[in-house]
Write a protein of this length. Structure first.
Length: 276
């Protein structure tokens, strides 16, 4: 047990207990923002993430396979994405995609270090700008149960990595962090709400802890900042419908491959016997 001699709170699981003074850092540095972490006693399976046919999938220790929730909720964007790639050119599209992915990764790393009460040093100026922009919203988070935690649901057949499971404004929430080039309308980001709804269902299935509030925090390059706070029940039906459409599409693609293999004429090899 690590009990702070000033506030008297047991900080055994806290990441900011200073053993030199037997004080928690909240008491030792009262002006510094620090986040509380909650010890989770749930038996969450360790998921392995793999790439199969250029698609991300997950496996649990029993070798059960799960589709990536990101792929499922975003599968209907493929046609518009293809059109965009063709319009700007494949090289330009690849550059923009790599840049956005790299920026998002760096900003997520900064957020994770901040929420773990660690020092943040990041040379990327764009990542720093996004982090400083979203920092005011991050300060609404506390009592963190997990960061970058892999979760799954046998009922949904999905798995994924939740950015943050914690309280937001004092309410247990599934929290997701996003970067964007500009402010987005709500109808453009339905898949974000479906994604966090899926994480909420996965978490409840694994832990029996019901978390209904989903939160999507978006920082944009134009300096805009968005905090979308929703209830998962408003998106459960649409999530189930999206999963069904994805599964039907997968079955159709499988049937097409079988038909192609069945009706594709085989090439005959060897020479034909000539009658003499």
């Amino acid at each position: 047990m690590r009990r702070c001699k000033k506030c008297g709170i047991d900080r055994s699981f806290a990441l900011y207990f200073d053993t030199r003074f037997n004080m928690c850092m909240k008491c030792y540095y009262p002006g510094v923002k620090l986040f509380d972490h909650i010890e989770t006693k749930y038996d969450i399976p360790k998921l392995t993430r793999k790439n199969e046919n250029h698609t991300r999938v997950y496996y649990d220790p029993d070798n059960n396979r799960y589709e990536s929730v990101t792929n499922v909720v975003g599968h209907e964007d493929n046609d518009s994405l293809t059109q965009w790639r063709e319009s700007v050119g494949y090289d330009v599209a690849d550059y923009i995609s790599r840049r956005a992915m790299n920026l998002g990764t760096k900003m997520h790393d900064m957020i994770e270090r901040y929420l773990y009460n660690k020092i943040n040093i990041e040379p990327n100026l764009f990542a720093n700008a996004h982090f400083n922009n979203i920092k005011t919203l991050l300060n609404n988070i506390n009592n963190i149960s997990g960061l970058e935690i892999r979760v799954c649901s046998k009922k949904l057949g999905l798995a994924g990595t939740a950015d943050c499971i914690a309280e937001y404004d004092g309410i247990p929430s599934i929290i997701d962090f996003k970067t964007s080039s500009k402010k987005k309308k709500e109808e453009w980001i339905l898949k974000y709400f479906l994604q966090t709804t899926a994480y909420s269902i996965m978490w409840e299935e694994l832990t029996d802890q019901k978390i209904e509030q989903i939160v999507v925090l978006i920082t944009a390059e134009d300096g805009s900042l968005e905090a979308h706070i929703k209830n998962r029940e408003d998106y459960r039906t649409e999530l189930n419908d999206t999963i069904e459409r994805f599964n039907n599409k997968q079955k159709l693609n499988h049937l097409r491959k079988m038909d192609k293999a069945l009706f594709n004429p085989t090439e005959k090899t060897g020479e034909m016997n000539n009658e003499i």
